[in-house]
Ligand binder design. Structure first.
Ligand code: GLU
Length: 306
């Protein structure tokens, strides 16, 4: 594991504080992007992640991943909050908003730079696609720009992206991770990995579409000199016959379910029965579901994918 001794004292203090929180008990989180209303998949992930935290008598944080500003939609944060309230999925403490934590991410990036672990990369999307064509399905950046002396400044109106030189263990899993994008935004993996560490999260439960993201985030966590946390994944929402939901169906949110006359109990029953946690047609509150699952904790474990 990489050493954290070269991190600035301020960051070390914050990490130690977070470690104390982590040791106190289970801390999970739900981290939607405010790109629109929560859809079926997000709602089911929120429910499972909430149940997991409550079954462990732990805390469940709500974090808004709003760093990719062009994708944010007005009113989305309010709609996420009201959907979670309506379903009875209560979160602990104040809502955390990534755009208010930019300084932290910038400080982590600066620390990595001072450690000599960051390099500018000017590979364009098309260059990466070209490399990818000849590689396997799981694209791993081969470190093309690592040994090139590329300027850190703007060129032709664009910044370079900044990549982290990952430890050997991760070079075959994810390759050098982008920490800052060429458009200047802090990258998702940096903000997420930093948040899990600095918020004291000890288990992440999220959608299976993000299963490979854990390697990128663990690489960053390792570079911070921190111990890994565990990641579990909620299966993707499929039709009854196992086929993928259409784009339109994927977009369905609570508003549409309410229009169909479904109560919050019906929705909880529907989401839970879609994973065989309760019989089809069940209608119950989140708290009632939690009570049921306390009787057989292993049920939720069977649902979660590694
Ligand atoms: N904000 C991401 C999303 O809504 C999820 C991030 C995460 O859970 O790590 O897809």
């Amino acid at each position: 594991m990489a050493s954290s001794t070269k991190l600035p004292q301020g960051l070390i203090d914050l990490l130690n504080q977070a470690q104390r929180l982590r040791r106190k008990g289970y801390r999970g989180r739900f981290a939607p992007s405010p790109t629109g209303p929560l859809h079926l998949g997000n709602l089911r992930t929120a429910l499972i992640s909430w149940l997991r935290a409550r079954l462990k008598s732990g805390e469940w944080l709500l974090r808004i991943d709003d760093l990719d500003t062009p994708r944010n939609r007005a009113g989305a944060i309010e709609s996420i909050q009201s959907d979670l309230h309506w379903l009875g999925l209560d979160w602990d403490g104040p809502m955390i908003v990534q755009s208010q934590r930019r300084e932290l991410y910038e400080n982590v990036l600066s620390a990595f730079k001072l450690q000599g672990k960051v390099y500018p990369c000017r590979c364009t999307r098309s260059a990466l696609a070209e490399i990818n064509r000849s590689e396997s399905k799981n694209f791993i950046y081969p470190g093309t720009c690592r040994s090139l002396r590329i300027p850190w400044s703007m060129q032709d109106g664009r910044l370079p992206s900044l990549r982290l030189i990952v430890d050997k263990e991760f070079s075959s899993k994810c390759g050098d991770v982008v920490l800052r994008r060429a458009d200047g935004y802090i990258a998702y993996h940096l903000a997420t990995a930093a948040d899990e560490m600095f918020l004291g999260i000890n288990e992440v439960v999220r959608g299976n579409d993000l299963a490979s993201a854990r390697h990128f985030q663990l690489a960053i966590i390792d570079s911070l000199g921190q111990k890994p946390l565990s990641y579990l994944h909620v299966p993707l929402f499929l039709n009854d016959d196992g086929t993928k939901l259409s784009k339109r169906e994927q977009g369905i949110g609570l508003e549409n379910l309410r229009l169909k006359g479904m109560s919050s109990e019906d929705v909880i029953g529907y989401l839970a029965s879609s994973l065989d946690l309760v019989p089809t047609g069940s209608s119950l509150t989140a708290e009632e579901l939690l009570k049921e699952l306390r009787k057989s904790q292993s049920l939720i474990e069977k649902v979660l994918l590694p």
